[in-house]
Design a protein around this ligand. Structure first.
Ligand code: KMH
Ligand code: ZN
Length: 289
């Protein structure tokens, strides 16, 4: 008699399993500057499929309008979640950060599209020449809404102060839906913590005990330093054209899957293997599909 298939539980996501998240588009780069950036739904779906085949388990999504400008249009968000669910097995994470120009109420409404996960930035930060606004009352509203809707947050920490704010949030409002706490250190944004090993080690040391998994993202030139530092500390990786547009000096990224392939290769050197989307759902505590 063969044993019934066992679905993965928290205990069965082994430490060698590496969560690779792809952030393929972002809100900062224009299509005119980077024609290979996936901005249409068709391009996003093909990109997501290529990245899943390369080893990604989650996709962090920003969408664009017909003119390729960032948008939080509700209909498009619903359509995007449905298309990604239909055509990939990836965990679908919608950005609630949007672009620096998006109003807070529109960012809250992102959860109406019922993604598996949402990004949730833990404080206001200078963002190049702009300000990425995340006032404390907004953070609290968004967090409570994520609990109510059973959408698991990925806490985006751009600075050490955001790490302390996460501790305050969890102390005040309790754990996310699913009981898991996943964090992404976003490093190297001009205005946030630098993309260095020293900063990563300091941030990881300061993470609240409730954190069950963490990954890191290095913006621009810091992508390799941050990725290697994260692997050496046992963390997970986010990569993609939202964060970096070159593979090395003067060599443009042509497809997001190149960055996923590189992350998987780096992970293999560290004796990690890409986590499946099913394992990622367990790691993150997403609600059943
Ligand atoms: N586009 C940045 C202003 C997120 O997705 O939550 C914010 C951002 C973070 O990308
Ligand atoms: Zn984003």
């Amino acid at each position: 008699m063969s044993a019934a298939p066992v679905s993965p539980t928290a205990a069965t996501v082994p430490p060698e399993a590496l969560l690779v998240t792809v952030a393929p588009t972002g809100a900062e780069t224009s299509k005119a500057d980077c024609p290979q950036l996936p901005t249409t739904l068709e391009e996003l779906v093909v990109t997501a499929q290529e990245c899943e085949a390369a080893g990604a388990a989650m996709v962090h999504v920003h969408i664009r309008d017909d003119e390729h400008r960032p948008t939080l249009d509700e209909g498009r968000l619903h359509e995007t979640v449905a298309a990604l669910r239909e055509n990939t097995g990836l965990v679908v994470q919608l950005s609630t950060g949007g672009s620096v120009h998006d109003p807070l109420d529109a960012r809250l409404k992102v959860l109406d599209a019922a993604p598996d996960s949402c990004s949730l930035t833990m404080g206001t930060t200078n963002f190049g020449d702009d300000v990425f606004s995340n006032p404390w009352p907004f953070v609290c509203d968004l967090y409570q809404l994520s609990q109510e809707r059973q959408v698991v947050p990925e806490f985006e920490l751009f600075d050490l102060g955001h790490v302390a704010a996460l501790e305050r949030l969890l102390r005040t409002y309790g754990l996310p839906h699913g009981g898991r706490v996943h964090v992404d250190l976003v490093m190297g944004v001009p205005g946030g913590m630098p993309g260095t090993t020293d900063a990563l080690v300091a941030a990881v040391h300061a993470l609240p005990d409730a954190v069950t998994s963490w990954g890191a993202t290095g913006i621009g030139r810091s992508t390799l330093a941050v990725g290697l530092a994260a692997l050496s500390k046992g963390g997970h990786l986010r990569v993609g054209m939202e964060d970096v547009l070159t593979l090395s000096r003067g060599v443009p990224v042509e497809r997001n899957s190149q960055l996923v392939e590189r992350a998987v290769a780096m992970g293999e050197l560290a004796q990690r293997r890409p986590m499946t989307p099913a394992e990622a759902r367990v790691l993150l505590g997403t609600r059943p599909l």
